[in-house]
Design a protein around this ligand. Structure first.
Ligand SMILES: C[S@@+](CC[C@H](N)C(=O)[O-])C[C@H]1O[C@@H](n2cnc3c(N)ncnc32)[C@H](O)[C@@H]1O
Length: 299
């Protein structure tokens, strides 16, 4: 097949199934987890099909332009760019968010945090609760709570300006931007003075600095460092919340904070030492303790 025209014609005849098989092998060699699922999701994205429709289209041949797009994406995935950066989208609590290197890719355990927060909001004796999303990133928690609690007024805080730009765009796309107040800065001091909250939700950075180099390349090289790095023991920002969040809560206020696998005892002890009552420690979908729900002991 020396003739380039022949080669081009041949490449036009590659079927969906062949692309899946070849790319699965390639991604597996590159150390990518679940390589078959990854190529199916990329292919479905490029062909604009639900993934399961691929199974009805195994013999379909790819056009030259789709094939070139898939090849480029598979190469990038092989270089361990996260799938969500290649598709630009992630699903969270039933809606879609745009993501990129400027924000943490929302994780499934944070959907559990969102669900616990809106369940709590529904039980509070407050008609229009005030909520703070500490470290909003993509805006996933702020937007999920705005969608589920139409009466809530939400403040979304982040130290990163690009994250806030991204979060605001996501909120606009979901039609809730007008119910969210945006605050940029380092910690609770950056939130408008005088604002008090019924619920504070936080998914802060909690990975110990020395562990970051050992993370998968998708996380280590592509999630923003300020979204990951929690200082020497991972608890720098959680410590700030334990020390300062009670002063920003209303009488019936609660804090819900996500932490890392294995940190439950250290985080609970920290909050108790700072005068909080730990109401619950909740598990993620794989049964690991990941969320603390607490309220200040002295009202
Ligand atoms: C783990 S990410 C969580 C993002 C998003 N809430 C989520 O659950 O996907 C932590 C976020 O906190 C922000 N952040 C880190 N330190 C902060 C600080 N001291 N004050 C405010 N935001 C901070 C980071 O920029 C990042 O967006």
């Amino acid at each position: 097949m020396a003739d380039p025209a022949d080669r081009r014609r041949y490449s036009c005849l590659v079927t969906v199934l062949e692309v899946i098989r070849r790319s699965t092998d390639y991604l597996a060699q590159k150390g990518v987890d679940s390589p078959r699922l990854q190529i199916e999701l990329l292919l479905a994205h490029v062909l604009k099909l639900p993934r399961l429709q691929l199974y009805l289209n195994f013999e379909r041949t790819l056009g030259e332009s789709d094939l070139a797009t898939v090849r480029a994406l598979v190469r990038r995935r092989g270089n361990r760019e996260p799938l969500q950066h290649l598709t630009g989208l992630v699903s969270f609590c039933g809606f879609e968010l745009a993501v990129g290197p400027d924000v943490l890719i929302p994780r499934p355990e944070t959907e559990v945090l969102a669900e616990r927060a809106w369940t709590l909001l529904e039980t509070l004796p407050v008609a229009a609760p005030a909520v703070l999303d500490f470290g909003t990133g993509s805006g996933c928690l702020a937007i999920a709570l705005a969608r589920h609690c139409p009466a809530a007024h939400i403040t979304a805080l982040d130290i990163s300006e690009p994250a806030l730009v991204r979060a605001r765009a996501n909120a606009e796309r979901q039609g809730v931007a007008d119910r969210i107040e945006w605050a940029r800065g380092d910690g609770l001091a950056a939130v408008r003075p005088g604002l008090h909250f019924d619920v504070i939700v936080a998914n802060p950075p909690y990975i110990p600095s020395v562990e970051i180099e050992r993370l998968a390349p998708e996380v280590r090289d592509h999630d923003p460092r300020p979204a990951l790095d929690g200082g020497p023991d991972g608890l720098d920002v959680i410590r700030q919340l334990a020390a300062g969040a009670a002063a920003r809560l209303n009488r019936s206020g609660h804090l819900l904070v996500e932490f890392g696998d294995g940190q439950a005892t250290a985080v609970s002890d920290l909050f108790v030492r700072h005068g909080w009552i730990v109401e619950a420690v909740e598990a993620d979908l794989s049964g690991r303790e990941r969320i603390l729900i607490a309220r200040p002991a002295r009202r």
